[in-house]
Design a protein around this ligand. Sequence first.
Ligand SMILES: [Zn+2]
Length: 153
Amino acid sequence: MIVYGVYLMDTDICIYVGSTHQSLSDRKANHHYLYRSGKGHYLHSYIKDNGGWDMYTFKIISDHPHVSRTELLDFEKDSIIEINPLCNQQRNPIRTKEDTIEYYRTRYIQNAEAIKERSRRWAAQTFTCDKCKCDVRWGEKSRHLRSIKHNVT
Ligand SMILES: [Zn+2]
């Protein structure tokens, strides 16, 4: 299960956060189908009005192999609060920019402890490094990628 983001090509600008039990490429194909059919949600009409499908790329924000659907939605919510993507706000319409900021700030404070706890749990989960075939904690991924072991072996 993954939390993924839709990004403006070649930038860190994330316009939408979602989660799925599908692979990223399957989820992307699914979005593309809805995009072409003209149904689906605000994200698709936003993409249409702002450069079109090829201007956007899908990236994994975090990977959660061992969580329940409900926990996955919690992780998704955390990322939405953190990133505050334009196309997620449209689901719960908010009137002004100030309202948006206030909404997310209040939610963030209320959820801060739960978010911290979940990211601690996420950081403690491991993935297998493709190159070294060893298990690495998510929280230590960047350190591992810089390590001698990863770069020399
Ligand atoms: Zn490695």
